[in-house]
Ligand binder design. Structure first.
Ligand code: HEC
Length: 157
């Protein structure tokens, strides 16, 4: 066949592909899984937080959608404690926004994590109480806990 690549070219292509495969860091499957869960979890937190903020910006407040979003964030926040095991930071060579400082300042990172757990639980309480004004005000406080952690422990894109 005319449009077939010569064998030599194919051999080079195979070798190049193998090189690319080898230069990828080998990740422990358990670490890889937790980093994936972490990414998905923060995306869920981010999407739900955006939903509430967009509604508030549009003049809305507490409604079934924003209450549900607050609840998702509150539940997800309790999982953060298991999203950062030793060895799941930048040293993996994998794409991550997590800074090495997380593992050097475990107490402080834990405190910042608890701030979100506490403030999002309070947010859900206000939703359950049907207090729209307080719910809207608490959204700012919750947002402050995101920023409080990101400023120190998340790489800027
Ligand atoms: C205790 C620290 C901490 C708190 C609190 C926190 N985050 Fe994050 N967040 C991180 C870290 C660290 C990363 C980077 C994770 C990674 O890339 O592995 C991140 C990543 C993200 C991402 C990017 C997800 C991705 O992988 O692309 C979004 C979106 C996000 N956070 C939203 C939020 C929102 C919204 C809040 C508050 C409601 C919040 N975060 C609270 C530490 C935190």
């Amino acid at each position: 066949m005319k449009n077939r690549l010569p064998t030599a070219v194919c051999a080079v292509l195979v070798a190049a592909t193998a090189l690319v495969a080898c230069s990828k860091p080998k990740l422990d499957p358990a670490i890889e899984a937790v980093m994936h869960e972490r990414h998905e979890g923060f995306e869920r937190i981010g999407d739900n937080f955006k939903l509430v903020n967009d509604k508030i910006k549009a003049g809305g407040g507490l409604d079934p959608d924003t209450a549900a979003a607050a609840r998702v964030i509150s539940v997800e926040s309790t999982k953060i404690a298991r999203w950062f095991p030793q060895g799941s930071g930048p040293e993996t060579g994998a794409k991550t926004g997590a800074k090495a400082e997380i593992w050097q300042n475990q107490d402080d990172f834990g405190q910042k994590r608890e701030n979100l757990v506490t403030e999002s639980a309070r947010w859900v309480q206000l939703a359950d109480a049907g207090d729209s004004a307080a719910f809207v005000a608490q959204t700012k406080t919750v947002g402050g806990t995101c920023k409080g952690c990101h400023d120190t422990y998340r790489k800027k894109d």
